[in-house]
Write a protein that binds this ligand. Structure first.
Ligand code: NAP
Length: 523
């Protein structure tokens, strides 16, 4: 049975006028839901959300908004099993993959609910200490953050329909900006069901949260100077959004979270048989197979000291061979399909592109049978593919693995000489990434990694033998830490605790007498 997914605009459920678009189960190829995209102008819906939702949220204190987020988290958590089932059907997620997304959504809502407690009763946040405008002056300057009087337009990618939507919404709502969320169409059922649960629980204050199903229509034509667009998706669409004439003309604030050729670096001191070596292999396997490699943070390039290449490759293949791929509804299967036929086609074409500069050493991109519980040719399955480049190709800026993101279970092993300088050179060829992990016990090497790799990254995970048992693979994004990366990763910054609120707030320097500032700003 297929459900119709309507938009929620101007406080009501609304059906679009466009031809129905089918959302498909990527395991069975069956249609599970349809969307009729809105074809009429979105001008009125945008204006209504901006003014009504803005007033509603700004009338609430930070603490009240925090309570709202907390209630949202509880409602979503309460429907966890139902939501997992939706993610399995529409996203091809294994149960573990679905939990990663849905629990991630709950966690980020709960985290920002918690942070609300320290934000006080004023409608602003004091961002720093007062400073003399010049030495000996009685006049001070102090920065405050106030919610922008616009609409937060959230355009999300298909791979995290739950976390993507709620991660952005949590920060925006706490900051005091109303949200209009547009999930990616192919996997939108999960986002829609979560939103529906919030409406049913009366957790959508008037205008504070709207939902646009299907394509964006003329949404961006109506952005204004106080609006914020937070986009997650491919670099190509990100550039279109950033350069949209209305976005440029109005000076709307834009945050892009785009694709990323994340690279991990195995230190020259990591020995086969050590706990750290085992962690490397576990992390590589997780990043290749979790969500079938459809994570912006997944590892695409693996820098391996040339001397360790054989050992790493052998151990990785052993581990991958133990992962059963098949129908994600069966918990014995640890990896499911890609989310759609077009993703499968893109990934296969992408592997062919990478293969111009590296050799496929594991996996057959054309394999379409032998997946557990699935008929031959059915679904969108791609087994994990590992490629390997030569040391010369690894340093070639034109090599495809430095330029092309294959959004699936695909990575390339790149030999390097073990020095951080060369690792930084190779990582930099990816033109900016979200995250990297460096594996080593050599403190000097790690310190150099922070200085040399840092400029290319949004997040750097340090993994050593002592913490190997507690270490988390690079693909786990936590609300306390920055998410985003320079260059091709979009240049955006999201989450990162309270810092994340600044995307939705205006930083204003308040200049005045020292005692006056202290009285007004509540010190
Ligand atoms: P996508 O094709 O770029 O689509 C992303 C979103 O943009 C979707 O909601 C899509 O809507 C919408 N969109 C497409 N064209 C648009 C336009 N002209 N105007 C306004 N919106 C438009 O990306 P995707 O295939 O969903 O996601 C995969 C990509 O996202 C990968 O490259 C991955 O690396 C990246 N990603 C990045 C992060 C990060 O945090 N950096 C996180 C997750 C994913 P429709 O679905 O309706 O077309």
């Amino acid at each position: 049975m297929s459900v119709q997914l309507d938009s929620y605009l101007e406080g009501t459920w609304q059906t679009g006028e466009g031809d129905p678009v089918a959302l498909v189960n990527p395991t069975t190829d069956a249609t599970v839901a349809t969307i009729r995209p809105i074809r009429r102008s979105l001008a009125q819906s945008v204006t209504w959300a901006r003014s009504v939702g803005g007033e509603t949220l700004r009338a609430m204190s930070f603490a009240e908004r925090g309570k709202l987020l907390s209630a949202m988290a509880k409602t979503i958590h309460g429907a966890r099993e139902e939501l997992i089932d939706v993610a399995i059907q529409n996203g091809g997620n294994t149960r573990g993959d679905a939990k990663f997304d849905i629990d991630g959504a709950t966690a980020v809502l709960a985290h920002y609910a918690y942070l609300a407690k320290e934000l006080g009763e004023h409608p602003w946040i004091v961002a720093d200490q007062p400073v003399e405008v010049f030495r000996g002056s009685k006049i001070r300057a102090e920065h405050v953050l106030v919610p922008r009087h616009g609409l937060a337009v959230h355009i999300n990618a298909f791979n995290f329909p739950a976390w993507g939507m709620m991660g952005k919404a949590a920060v925006s709502i706490l900051a005091g900006m109303p949200v209009l969320s547009k999930p990616a169409t192919s996997t939108a059922w999960l986002a829609h069901r979560m939103f529906q649960l919030l409406v049913e629980a009366e957790l959508v204050p008037k205008g504070a949260f709207s939902l646009l199903m299907g394509s964006a229509g003329d949404l961006l034509d109506h952005v204004g100077a106080q609006d914020v667009i937070a986009f997650t998706g491919s670099q190509g669409v990100g550039v279109k959004i950033k350069t949209h004439p209305a976005v440029i003309a109005k000076g709307a604030r834009v945050n892009l979270e785009a694709d990323s050729l994340n690279a991990v670096v195995i230190g020259p001191d990591v020995e086969e048989g050590s706990e750290l070596f085992d962690l490397v292999i576990r992390d590589l396997s997780v990043e290749l197979t979790q969500k079938a490699g459809q994570k912006c943070t997944a590892t695409r390039r693996v820098l391996v000291p040339a001397a360790s290449l054989e050992a790493v490759r052998g151990a990785l293949f052993d581990r991958l061979d133990r992962i059963q791929i098949g129908d994600p509804a069966d918990q014995a299967n640890r990896m499911g399909p890609l989310t759609s036929k077009s993703q499968l086609e893109d990934a296969r074409a992408g592997v062919a592109t990478l293969a111009a500069d590296a050799e496929i050493v594991r996996g057959d991109p054309q394999r379409s049978e032998g997946f557990a519980g699935v008929e031959a040719g059915q679904g969108c399955f791609l087994e994990p593919i590992v490629l390997q480049a030569s040391a010369a190709a690894a340093r070639n800026p034109a090599a495809a693995f430095h330029r092309h993101e294959v959004f699936g279970p695909v990575c390339t092993l790149l030999p390097y000489d073990g020095a951080i300088d060369q690792a930084a050179e190779i990582i930099g060829l990816g033109q900016g990434s979200l995250v990297s992990t460096v594996y080593s016990d050599d403190r000097e090497w790690l310190a150099k990694a922070i200085a040399e790799l840092g400029p290319h990254l949004g997040r750097l995970v340090l993994a050593n033998e002592k913490f190997a048992g507690a270490s988390l693979s690079p693909g786990c994004v936590f609300p306390v830490a920055n998410h985003g990366g320079p260059g091709r990763a979009g240049g955006g910054e999201e989450l990162g605790g309270l810092h994340g609120l600044s995307l939705y707030m205006q930083r204003v320097a308040i200049q005045g007498g020292a005692s006056q500032l202290a009285r007004l700003l509540g010190k």
